[in-house]
Design a protein around this ligand. Structure first.
Ligand code: UN1
Length: 514
């Protein structure tokens, strides 16, 4: 029987009480002790989950704090063994879990499966790291001294993860945190509690010692109870800029506590006059419409040179007009639904805003024609591509704010690569972006001058691999909570120096005479 509670200190809580009133959809309701997971393609309820309170978070933090000393005392290799169990389970259950991801967050099935694949890649990287030397031997200027940099776990790591990668991103955070010797309190996104439940079951099946891994389901109030608590040493957050900036400001301001946050972007692709247009159009379509535009790395700005603008536009518009929107479990679907009803309204708002700010609309499939919505899916959260062209102006909100949907601007530029990069950099964000060009000088200029954490040439700006750093500059993030760089946020570095001689000799010529 499924319990659908929290996993705290090696035990499941009872789950939503029989008489508990489920929150309607995913709206927050303070009176409710439960909430529902919904299939965004059909609107149907998948399961009901217990809604975490401050008391649940308190219990989870207590358990994580108590478990820390024993967990850190294990060897790296022994800690990694638990993760290897999970690695095999993720692989063995690939198809099944990929379908669950697609059902709960609406991504088409190849993306659902890729989410699971990315999770095991991360586990493989983190657990494999246990057999890799980390730390540095550092030369000392004094012959009799040995210096090195050693890593230590920080303690309790609070992880807050988003719904759009409900399996991969939790492992970006937790696999490294755990192998490095930290204990974890995790809140999955309220939109994807089913994925949260399954991941917690995997930790249970792997036999992870009690209190090392804890999962509390719930909303932002449960998240705030984690991030605000003094027992938490590091907060790892991936999600919206609004929440991330709040956490970074609040937690980052507290001495001894560390927040690493990765937020969204207003990502751009530059197509120069020297671009291969097949690659340009293909990359732009993938970057704008995969995951129905709901990746933090999705592109919402296409900055195209005047020499190729008309041809690029015609080809991009043609594909956007025909792109297959539908049941995420069907193999030939390109775009599934968006995550929830409120998100449909948010996207509508940005489409309207673009019109008000002077856009010429090229494709508007926002209100999908009735016959396009598959039978039986009328209650799903459907939107189609919205493509517009607009004259670049620095302060247009539609070119600065992240919509997080299939909403994309075409901007024509003239002159050199410098002009394109100036437009590219003119947003508050700097997460991912791409240049499409056959001219290596233009490519190198973009690499060196575009404000980005993830930069691509002749590729879409989605699809990063876990062994690369994943994070952004400017308002897109700080501290890299994600993929391989998370190691920096979950470890302390000790500068260790040992004297091997019988005298004391100081560096910098400092006198040691007394
Ligand atoms: C996200 O966009 O929220 O780089 C994460 C990618 C994926 C991860 C995306 N590996 O597209």
């Amino acid at each position: 029987e499924q319990r659908h509670g929290h996993y705290i200190g090696g035990e499941w809580t009872d789950g939503p009480s029989a008489g508990g009133r489920p929150a309607s959809g995913r709206t927050e309701s303070a009176e409710s002790d439960s909430f529902e997971s919904e299939n965004p393609a059909t609107g149907e309820t998948l399961a009901t989950f217990e809604r975490g309170t401050a008391a649940d978070v308190d219990a989870a933090l207590e358990a994580a704090t108590d478990a820390f000393e024993e967990w850190r005392a294990l060897s790296y290799i022994d800690r990694a063994e638990y993760l290897w169990e999970i690695y095999h389970e993720l692989r063995d259950r690939h198809e099944e879990l990929g379908e669950i991801v697609s059902k709960e967050c609406g991504k088409e099935i190849s993306e659902g499966k890729a989410d699971v694949t990315e999770a095991w890649h991360m586990v493989e990287w983190a657990a494999g790291n246990a057999r890799h030397p980390h730390g540095d031997v550092v030369p000392s200027e004094v012959a009799g001294k040995d210096s090195s940099m050693r890593r230590k776990p920080r303690g309790v790591v609070g992880c807050i993860t988003p719904w759009n990668f409900p399996v991969a991103i939790p492992f970006w955070h937790m696999a490294i945190a755990l192998v490095e010797g930290n204990t974890v309190v995790w809140k999955p996104a309220e939109q994807t509690p089913w994925c949260g439940q399954i991941i917690a079951e995997m930790f249970e099946d792997a036999g992870i010692p009690e209190g090392v891994f804890n999962m509390v389901q719930g909303f932002g109030d449960a998240g705030a109870a984690i991030t605000d608590d003094d027992r938490v040493d590091t907060v790892l957050f991936t999600g919206s800029a609004e929440v991330g900036h709040e956490i970074a400001g609040k937690v980052g301001g507290e001495p001894g506590k560390l927040a690493a946050c990765e937020m969204g972007g207003k990502n751009g692709i530059v197509v120069t006059g020297e671009a291969d247009l097949d690659i340009a159009v293909h990359s732009a379509v993938m970057s704008s419409f995969k995951t129905t535009g709901q990746r933090c790395v999705s592109s919402e700005r296409l900055i195209v040179h005047e020499d190729v603008y008309d041809e690029f536009k015609a080809r991009f518009v043609d594909i956007a007009e025909g792109i297959a929107v539908g049941d995420p479990l069907e193999e030939d679907t390109f775009m599934g639904p968006v995550i929830e009803a409120d998100h449909v309204e948010k996207i509508r708002g940005y489409n309207d805003l673009a019109r008000e700010e002077g856009a010429t609309v090229l494709v508007d499939r926002f209100d999908l024609a009735d016959e396009e919505v598959p039978d039986g899916y009328a209650d799903g959260h459907w939107v189609g591509p919205f493509v517009y062209e607009i004259d670049y102006e620095s302060d247009l909100r539609c070119l600065n704010e992240e919509c997080f949907g299939p909403h994309v601007a075409l901007i024509e530029y003239s002159g050199d690569i410098e002009n394109a990069v100036e437009i590219h950099n003119d947003t508050p964000y700097g997460l991912a972006g791409a240049i499409i060009s056959e001219d290596y000088r233009q490519i190198n200029y973009f690499r060196d001058h575009a404000d980005l954490g993830l930069a691509y040439a002749n590729l879409p700006c989605i699809g990063a691999e876990v062994q690369l750093p994943f994070g952004g500059v400017k308002k897109s993030g700080n501290g890299y909570p994600s993929a391989r760089e998370a190691i920096e946020a979950v470890t302390e570095r000790t500068a260790w120096t040992m004297n091997n001689s019988t005298d004391i000799e100081m560096a910098q010529g400092l006198s040691a005479d007394i």
